[in-house]
Ligand binder design. Structure first.
Ligand code: ADP
Ligand code: MG
Length: 517
């Protein structure tokens, strides 16, 4: 009797527990659904704010062309600095001898040497080494930074093998790729205007960076002359032009972003120097600083900007370049974690750290094509200790990556079409500018031609973002085609991989003291 009472009691207790568990499960399910619903709302709001339909992109194209013009007319006429580079001739394949390049301007620092054999031999041999820049040097003194570069360069020169040979009477000349805005006063001198991309070596601003590096090189007893100061875009342009005469524009999409192009010297109204014989000059746009009210700006961009090293500057770069895309995504995820609790009751503290989600990780999640989004789960777990996300939440994370990537890529496309428009190669003007090779094929000329759209224009692209983030690349190319319509058959966008390193060496050859026999 007593035993059966106990059994009944146990039975009732079990039933109650089961009910409670079921109730908890239902509540849990409802909670997950509510979280997803709030997260979805945040997503849709973000997607709408990021939209770049064709009419809007066209406004960005026009704004780019207008700002380019304004920047060429007067100093400070636009947020686009439109810096004359003093480069009025580009490599053409006939260069000969041994040349060096150093490249500072992103996550890595590179040194390179190349043996050039003229039109027949072309690039006989090249070698390069790459080192990560110690982060403390990005925020230290200019002396420390330039000494570091000089030391790496001297070490590299000391390892020069027998296959590399200087020509008779040739000394080692270097192209210095320095991818920060500089005001040049000659092809081999320029003062730093401003740091970007996470660098902040305050005492370098206003210094002649060529003189600073040259001094450090000499102090190490190394005999080398810096022949040309180039920006990575200018290097890419030179590297592209070495192989293909139709290259007129170069664009970098890496940690940062920038563009340069060949302009008619007479359109540079602010230019007070002598007009170059070729009639042309390469213009370093510093397009990362482009701004227009037509750019789709969101709360994410405002937060990112206000917490950045240079608030109010480089707004375009902050929307499209590799340094920032991942962080845009992270900021949307933070909002979803805070307002919708999608990653549990507490927001993982590492998620709150700026730049904790880097663009390569964003790209991995975005390209995840497994049915249960394994890669997304793995990245969230590894970076933030986030576990047990549902596939639904992972899909939302992918959608945030997609929106951010697509906006960046389409804006970059609008920028490129803006340049094409400025030089009359977007198919919109009856007076398209045509290039005509002169008799020796060395320099090109820009001349007004009445048949628009004939003649190809090649845009040389470089940078890790463009190279490795294939969805970004595809979105960008698609938007260029959309914007150009029929004229897109005359424009080709080509990856010019690591053209900037070799391009700087090629420019060292173009501007060397040494004249090969
Ligand atoms: P830098 O611009 O620093 O000179 P790179 O041109 O190699 O160097 O670009 C590196 C940048 O490219 C990285 O900071 C990153 O933002 C981006 N990147 C590199 N790999 C990938 C990838 N797999 N997916 C997306 N972005 C990438
Ligand atoms: Mg680079």
């Amino acid at each position: 009797m007593g035993q059966s009472k106990v059994l009944v009691g146990v039975y009732i207790a079990c039933a109650a527990a089961a009910c409670a568990t079921a109730a908890v499960a239902v509540t849990q399910r409802l909670k997950v659904r509510a979280q997803k619903c709030t997260a979805r709302k945040i997503l849709v709001e973000f997607q709408e704010a990021c939209e770049t339909p064709l009419p809007r992109l066209r406004q960005v194209v026009d704004a780019m062309a207008v700002e380019m013009h304004a920047g060429l007319v007067s100093e400070g006429g636009s947020k686009l600095k439109m810096l004359p580079t003093f480069i009025d001739r580009l490599p053409n394949g006939s260069e000969k001898g041994l040349y060096y390049a150093v490249d500072l301007g992103g996550t890595n620092f590179r040194v390179l040497r190349v043996q050039l054999g003229g039109l027949e031999g072309r690039v006989i041999k090249q070698e390069y080494e790459e080192v990560a820049i110690p982060p403390e040097l990005m925020l230290g003194t200019s002396e420390q930074l330039f000494h570091f570069i000089a030391k790496e360069l001297a070490g590299f020169v000391a390892r020069e093998g027998e296959e590399f040979r200087l020509g008779d009477g040739q000394s080692r000349e270097i192209g210095f790729t320095f991818s920060f805005p500089c005001k040049q006063t000659a092809v081999n001198s320029g003062t730093l205007l401003q740091w970007t991309k996470g660098f902040k070596v305050n005492d370098a601003i206003g210094q002649d960076v060529v003189a600073a590096l040259q001094k450090c090189i000499e102090r190490l007893g190394c005999k080398m002359r810096i022949a040309a100061l180039v920006n990575d875009t200018v290097g890419t342009l030179a590297g592209g032009r070495y192989w293909n005469n139709d290259v007129m524009i170069a664009v970098i999409l890496g940690t940062g972003t920038n563009a340069c192009y060949v302009e008619r010297a007479e359109s540079i109204s602010k230019w007070t120097g002598e007009l170059p014989k070729s009639g042309q000059m390469v213009i370093n746009m510093e397009w990362g600083n482009f701004w227009s009210s037509h750019l789709p700006r969101t709360y994410v961009d405002e937060l990112l900007d206000s917490e950045s090293l240079h608030p109010g500057e480089y707004g375009f770069e902050k929307m499209i370049s590799g340094m920032y895309l991942g962080d845009c995504v992270r900021r949307v995820l933070v909002r979803m974690a805070q307002e919708a609790g999608i990653f549990g009751p507490h927001v993982p503290h590492t998620l709150l750290e700026s730049f904790s989600l880097q663009t390569p990780e964003m790209s991995r999640m975005h390209h995840d094509d497994s049915s249960d989004l394994k890669v997304v789960a793995e990245v969230l777990k590894r970076l933030y200790g986030i576990q047990n996300t549902t596939v639904g939440i992972r899909k939302i994370v992918v959608a945030v990556c997609d929106t951010t990537c697509q906006r960046g890529a389409r804006l970059a496309a609008a920028g490129i079409v803006g340049i094409l428009k400025k030089i009359g190669r977007d198919g919109s003007t009856a007076n398209g500018l045509m290039r005509r090779n002169d008799t020796n094929g060395i320099h090109d000329e820009l001349s007004v031609n009445s048949t628009p759209g004939s003649g190809k224009t090649v845009v040389a692209m470089d940078g890790g973002l463009y190279e490795h983030y294939s969805k970004f690349r595809n979105y960008m190319q698609e938007a260029v085609r959309e914007l150009l319509g029929d004229a897109s058959k005359n424009v080709s966008i080509e990856l010019s991989k690591d053209g900037s390193g070799i391009g700087a060496a090629l420019l060292a050859a173009s501007y060397a003291e040494y004249v090969p026999s």
